[in-house]
Design a protein around this ligand. Structure first.
Ligand code: NCD
Length: 322
């Protein structure tokens, strides 16, 4: 089976072997983050266009740092979500950037499907850095790397993801990824963020509204960011969310004794998570950030150096990964 990737648009179209391949590719780059001199020449002379049409701090910095550590240059476009405020279309903006000849595009956009839309219209690799409510594939890969390191394997993992599942592309990409490894996935949150349709995303998904019940036996506990503007009277005031869903030390004790705690960031202490949990040895939050660099270096390397093969061949062998 081919592991050539033309784009990275989502986790859903990938199979377990392709995911394992990408995680294995990230391994040497994990080691590399510990080196005193963190600069390779692998992608010297290459340019990565970072197109962030939606606010981002960590993902943008992570991609920019990953590119720099591989020796690549970056072009930066940061436009808030009503992007193209001056009236230019998304396609025209992208073509303007392309006229400056980048070797890959990393794109975040508030519309689901935006990265795929662009990938169909350009001839450089496109990496989805988050598209609306759809997917955030590099986040799921860095999460998987973190889980695999701490737990030894991905297969059969018992994971509880809680919070605003409905609006979370992080949850979606993680669900797709872990379900390909036979995970038992428990989704938990207030009813308005836990519609029944979520069960259809993958096999082995349970929806459990009460956090205490959802945590029982979990080996991985993943908190999601809550957008504060979604918490309001009368439906769900912040106090109620904290009372029922904040991950506290006593709630965490309901999970498996060595359960790990994850959060994609930005983490709001005192809302989603009690600081004592965020700073506990069970928390992997900072490992996730470091692993993000390794995963993004591996993806940039794969897509840019891997696309050095003749274009037609690259296109033919890449559909599974599109
Ligand atoms: C996530 C995102 O933007 O999708 N953050 C991130 O990439 N680290 C999660 C979030 O903002 O809720």
């Amino acid at each position: 089976m081919s592991h050539r990737f033309r784009h990275l648009l989502g986790i859903e179209p990938l199979d377990a072997a392709q995911i394992t391949f990408l995680l294995d590719q990230a391994k040497p780059f994990q080691e590399f983050q510990r080196h005193p001199l963190k600069k390779l020449a692998t992608l010297r002379g290459k340019t990565v266009a970072l197109l962030f049409f939606e606010a981002s701090t960590r993902t943008r910095i992570s991609f920019a740092t990953a590119a720099a550590r591989l020796g690549a240059d970056t072009m930066n476009l940061q436009a808030e979500s009503s992007s193209l405020k001056k009236g230019e279309s998304l396609v025209d903006t992208v073509h303007t950037l392309l006229a400056m000849k980048p070797d890959a595009i990393v794109m975040r956009h508030s519309s689901s499907g935006a990265a795929e839309f662009i990938a169909a219209r350009v001839d450089v690799p496109v990496i989805n850095a988050g598209d609306g409510l759809h997917e955030h594939p590099t986040q799921a890969l860095l999460d998987a790397l973190t889980i695999r390191d701490r737990r030894g394997k991905l297969e059969g993992c018992k994971i509880t993801i809680f919070g605003d599942i409905l609006h979370s592309r992080v949850a979606r990409s993680n669900i797709h990824l872990l379900s390909k490894f036979g995970a038992q996935i428990t989704l938990c949150g207030p009813a308005m963020w836990l519609p029944r349709e979520l069960e259809c995303l993958a096999p082995n998904i349970r929806l459990v509204p009460r956090l205490e019940e959802a945590l029982e036996g979990a080996e991985v506990v993943m908190a999601l960011r809550i957008q504060q503007e979604r918490l309001h009277e009368p439906s769900l005031p912040a106090e109620e969310y904290i009372l029922n869903y904040q991950l506290t030390p006593s709630r965490l004790r309901l999970a498996s004794p060595n359960a790990i705690v994850m959060h994609p960031g930005p983490m709001i202490r005192g809302l989603e998570i009690d600081p004592a949990v965020a700073d506990s040895p069970q928390s992997c939050v900072l490992e996730q950030v470091t692993n993000g660099l390794a995963v993004r270096m591996a993806i940039l390397f794969e897509l840019i150096a891997g696309s050095a093969e003749p274009k037609e061949q690259a296109k033919d062998s890449s559909h599974a990964a599109d």
